[in-house]
Design a protein around this ligand. Structure first.
Ligand code: ADP
Ligand code: MG
Length: 231
């Protein structure tokens, strides 16, 4: 599904050069559930942003679905992202001015789906996320757990191949966190590839494999023994 070769990302300011990623080479197969762990500032979000085509590497290669996309311009990246990649963030990143329904509908509007088709797809996802009864509410009227379920709904409504989750349970209590992990696991079992950044050993236990980053480099890659038979 995706592969990076010596992916390097350098952030330059007037004074300093930060190697946020230094020659990171990883390979993720379709259907995998991969966790990325490591201390704060080690480059996890930077890696996820490049994998998610929100940003470009400074040097190195990135292949998505066999195509070298690391050199893509913003417009090409947006095009490639549409319908292929869904994002879930720690802070939910819902649009406060839009209702629950409208938030989940957004990706389908970008994909120019017809109104009737949108309605069917959004309602199905809202039911699945157990949030149908809140369709007309605004994000601020919902609990954190409900907001994250809306965000997952928005991430999956267009049936992406890949879901990228950056600390998806970081702002949730353990009960809601578990619900989010169960949803991600269910989506993975249906064939969606998942790459999740997490600080939580518990959450990482849901993944098939853990990639440990340190100072912008891959330190270790461990297959989760309990899940090994799936790979
Ligand atoms: P993590 O998600 O693991 O906490 P990040 O990927 O956010 O780490 O950051 C990795 C390093 O790159 C950090 O040193 C961070 O300060 C730096 N960094 C991230 N984004 C930027 C940016 N836009 N400009 C400058 N430095 C950045
Ligand atoms: Mg981060």
């Amino acid at each position: 599904m995706l592969k990076t070769e010596k992916l390097t990302k350098i952030f330059r300011t007037e004074e300093v050069e930060t190697f946020a990623l230094n020659e990171v080479s990883i390979n993720v197969k379709a259907g995998e559930f991969v966790a990325i762990m490591g201390p704060s500032g080690c480059g996890k979000s930077t890696l996820l942003n490049i994998i998610g085509l929100l940003d470009n590497p400074s040097t190195g290669k990135y292949f998505f679905d066999g195509t070298e996309v690391g050199t893509y311009k913003e417009r090409q990246r947006t095009q490639m992202r549409k319908g292929n990649i869904g994002f879930v963030f720690q802070s939910f990143n819902l649009i406060d001015e839009l209702t629950v329904y409208e938030n989940v509908e957004l990706p389908l509007i970008y994909l120019k789906k017809k109104v009737s088709e949108r309605k069917e797809m959004v309602n199905a996802v809202l039911e699945r996320m157990k949030i149908g009864h809140r369709a007309k509410h605004f994000p601020q009227q919902l609990s954190g757990g409900q907001q994250q379920r809306v965000a997952i709904g928005r991430a999956v409504v267009a049936n992406p191949k890949l879901i990228l989750a950056d600390e998806p349970t970081g702002n949730l209590d353990s009960k809601n966190g578990l619900e989010v992990m169960n949803l991600l696991t269910e989506l993975n079992k249906e064939g969606t590839t998942i790459i999740m950044v997490t600080h939580s050993m518990h959450d990482a236990g849901f993944a098939h494999r853990v990639i440990n980053l340190f100072d912008g480099e891959v330190l270790t890659e461990n297959v989760n023994e309990k899940m090994a038979e799936i790979l």
